[in-house]
Structure formats: C-alpha cells, structure tokens
Write a protein that binds this ligand. Structure first.
Ligand code: AMP
Ligand code: MG
Length: 472
C-alpha cells in the first residue's frame, strides 16, 4: 500500500462535493513521474513506477481513494459565478505522508463533471507539463505551492486553441484544495452552517493551534499566508495570471497554474494572459488583488466573526485595512533578503522602491543575480542589462553604504527561472514525443541558485511578446 488514505473531506463536508469517478482513458501512458516529490512524501518509488500510468490517469484508482468533485464559487475577473467547482478534476482523497502530514491527491483533466458547464473536462499535455515544470520551479525557489506528482497521456487527442493535442492528466498534491471560492459557494446559498463547518475544517487542517471558533484568528492567518505568498511572487517576478477567488488557496499555496509566467524585463504592467485585456492581474496589481480577494473571503465569513452584524463588519474592516501594511512588511522582508541587507533600517523601503524606479526594462532575475557582483564595484555584467544606467549609477552607492552581503544574496536571487522561450521549446518537443528538453529544463529549475548559462538568458528579441492562453 503506497497511499495511506484518510478522506476527511468526503467524511466531514456533505453538501460541498459530488461523488464521481474519473473517466477511464483510452490508452494511458506515463509521461513524467516526480520521483523527487515522491521521495519527499515517503512514497514507494517502485510501486509508483509500476502503478503510475493507471493510478494517475484515472484508469484504476489506488486502494482507499474515494473520488469526488468539489463545489466552489468564485469571482472571475471581478464578476461572481455562484457555481464553478471541479469541472475537470477529481479529488481522489487525502493521504498521510511518512511524517504524518496530510495531502490532497487530485487528478486534473480527468473528465466531465456536473460542474463542467460548456467544458470538455479534459486537459492537454503541454499545459499539464507546464504546471509540473513551473510548480517545481516555485518549490525550488522556496515558495509555497501545489506540486505535480505525475503527468500521464490518455491516448486521446483533444481539441484546444484550434489544434488537436495529446490529452493528458495531471496528478497534483496540495496541502488542501480549500479556496476562497469554497467559502463563497456556501455563503452565496445562505448555507451558514456549511460555511462554519468548512471554516472549522480548514482551521483543523491549516491552523490547528487556533482555539475552536476563533474565526477572526483564522482570517488573520489566511491574510498572513496569502500576503507572504504574493510578496514572494513579486520577489521572483511571478505573474499568476488568473487571481480569481476560486484560484486563491486558504493554505497559502500557489494553485492553478494556467496562463502564469515569469516576468523578464521589469515592467509593472506586465500581463501574459491573452484574456486579461484590462490588466487586472498585471504584475504590479497582484498585491491589490490580494486585498480584494481577501475582502471577498471576509464577506463569506462575516456571520462567523460576531453575532451582531455591525460588530462583525467592524472586525472585518479593521483587518482589511491592515492588509496593505502586512503585505508591505512581507514585501520589504523579501526585498531586504534580495538586496543582502541584514537588520531593518528606516530607509530600506525607499531604497527598494527607488531600485524599482531605476530598473525599468532591465531583466528582473538577472539584475538581482548580478547585483551581488556590483556590491564590490564590478559593474561589467550588470550595466549591459540596462538601456540607461544613470538612475542605477546613482542608486548603487546608497545600497553599498547599507553594507549588503553578496554571499547571502547568491542564496536568495536565482540564476535560473523557467524562461518563457525555454518552456515553450520544451513543451513543443514534448508534444512531438521528445522529453529531453523538458527533463533538462526541469533539472535546471530544480537547482535555481546554480548558474546554468544555457538556461539563464532572456528570450531572444525574435521571440516577441509572450502570450499565454487560458485554454489550458
Ligand atoms: P480555471 O480557469 O482553470 O481556474 O477554471 C475555472 C473553472 O472552469 C473551474 O470550475 C474549472 O473546473 C472549469 N474548467 C476549466 N477548464 C475546463 C474544461 N476543459 N472542462 C470543464 N471545466 C473546465
Ligand atoms: Mg481554477
């Protein structure tokens, strides 16, 4: 027995899911197995190798799995949908790892459910390998994230973006799949008892130290986790692309990798998603959307905050007003680490802000990576990243005067991120059956602080403006 299942969601939260089986694929084949993650979870690699194609494609479920599709609602690009839910995913259950920690095991791309609306319930190989690759990069960079355990091909072809593509299923491991939208689902239906039951459940899983019924403490904990996560996204230049409330996890993990990508040249308005016409989820808007989404969570939790509505609103507003400051402190902590600064000084915020103002257009990742060399005065590799170095030349002495530690900086600022052109090339090769470029890129992003010249350069100008699609 490889998975020690204990399916608390199915047992505890009636009315929040449907019991359904994944589709049985035509000809399942294992494409990628995350043996690194399997080892971390204490899963038996030999058993996984043997069973992966069946278990992680939906062909045959591991003993103890109880497949369910979760209900949730969500604000998508600001508009509320009262019923979304797992339209192409099945939660197989929760398993306990070797250390006793609880993890969701979910299949994505595993077929239609009553939540599918117009969708086909399927996923295709490129986007599932993309989620695998980017989430491994995020984990290696030290960010909280769901992880991919395997990608299998179903043997079918699926029409996506006008092309027939190989069908695929992603097996995903998460601390949980409780989303802001999970609470909104019950709140919108006036199911206050179920909002409470879900909050109790979420607290037991993620905040066991809180006293029973301390829902304001729970809200504070979620604010803290999500603020820290978004600050870290900003630090590595990650743009999620679809920060809808159904894609924001209570656990504080990055979840639902769709049209996400890493920014190359620093530009606050950077958007990659083809459907984000207004730039709602642009790089620099992410902290604002963090607060907006948390306000939606507060609305859903409101009746739990206090018996009297006025008192509940006051408690919620107090916390919502604090989010900007909490986020700023998290961001400043990230920036201090990136800049090699120890301790806290009053001028640090202005120092960080002024660096951004001086960085316009310069490659985000390489600027920080090469900044450590500039602490001792070597500008030979930093300067070529800038079209105009005037503002940086004025900023550098201020930073040096603060005494940065170049060794600490090298542990903090990655050399390797999943560069968009490398990701696209790897996925294209994978689509035609060649996994070698994917494996090479995966190995590089798993060791992001080790210089790997092949994977460090920005996209050549011929690559053009990068656009990602939601038809994932
Ligand atoms: P996402 O944009 O991936 O976060 O998904 C938003 C909603 O659309 C969720 O309820 C998904 O389950 C659903 N969905 C996305 N793609 C599909 C698909 N191909 N078939 C059915 N439902 C889908
Ligand atoms: Mg989603």
């Amino acid at each position: 027995m490889t998975f020690r299942f204990d399916n608390s969601w199915a047992r505890t939260l009636p009315g929040s899911f449907l019991a359904l089986q994944p589709d049985v694929p035509a000809a399942p084949r294992l494409v990628a197995l995350n043996t690194v993650l399997a080892a971390e979870l204490g899963l038996d690699p030999a058993v996984l190798e043997a069973e992966a194609a069946a278990w992680f494609s939906g062909a045959e479920l591991p003993a103890g799995a109880e497949s369910i599709a979760l209900a949730y609602a969500g604000h998508q690009f600001g508009g509320f949908s009262p019923v979304l839910g797992d339209g192409r995913a099945h939660l197989l259950g929760e398993f306990l790892d070797a250390g006793g920690r609880r993890w969701d095991l979910q299949l994505k791309g595993s077929g239609r459910t009553p939540f599918s609306r117009g969708g086909d319930g399927k996923a295709v190989l490129g986007p599932m390998l993309r989620e695998y690759l980017v989430s491994e990069a995020m984990a290696a960079l030290g960010l909280a994230t769901t992880r991919a355990l395997a990608v299998t091909a179903t043997g079918e072809t699926v029409l996506r973006d006008g092309r027939r593509q190989p069908g695929a299923v992603l097996a995903r491991v998460a601390a949980s799949h409780i989303r802001v939208g999970s609470f909104q689902f019950h709140a919108a239906r006036g199911e206050q008892d179920r909002v409470r039951a879900l909050a109790d459940y979420a607290m037991a899983r993620h905040d066991p130290a809180l006293a029973a019924g301390d829902y304001l403490g729970f809200f504070d904990a979620v604010i803290g986790r999500q603020a820290r996560l978004i600050a870290q996204w900003m630090g590595v230049g990650f743009i999620h692309g679809v920060m809808n409330t159904d894609n924001m996890a209570i656990s504080g993990e990055t979840i639902d990798y769709g049209p996400c990508a890493f920014m190359e040249g620093y530009a606050p308005g950077t958007v990659f998603s083809s459907i984000d016409h207004q730039g709602r989820y642009a790089y620099a808007n992410q902290p604002l959307i963090l607060a907006w989404n948390l306000a939606r969570l507060a609305e859903a939790l409101l009746p739990l905050f206090a018996a009297e509505e006025a008192a509940a609103v006051a408690a919620a507003n107090l916390r919502l007003a604090g989010i900007a400051g909490i986020y700023r402190a998290e961001w400043l902590a990230v920036m201090r680490r990136k800049l090699g600064l120890s301790g806290e000084e009053d001028g640090d915020g202005a120092l960080a802000d002024d660096l951004l103002a001086a960085m316009a257009g310069a490659d985000w990742t390489l600027t920080f990576h090469r900044l450590s060399e500039a602490s001792s005065g070597d500008l030979s590799r930093l300067q070529p990243l800038f079209a105009d170095f005037t503002a940086m030349a004025a900023w550098l002495p201020r930073w040096r005067a603060r005494g940065p530690d170049p060794v600490a900086m090298r542990r903090e600022n990655p050399a390797v991120i999943p560069r968009n052109h490398r990701v696209e090339a790897a996925l294209e090769a994978a689509n035609s059956g060649d996994m070698a470029p994917f494996e090479a890129l995966l190995a590089a992003v798993r060791a992001p602080f080790v210089a790997a010249p092949d994977f460090m350069l920005p996209a050549p100008t011929g690559f053009g403006r990068y656009v990602t699609y939601c038809g994932t």
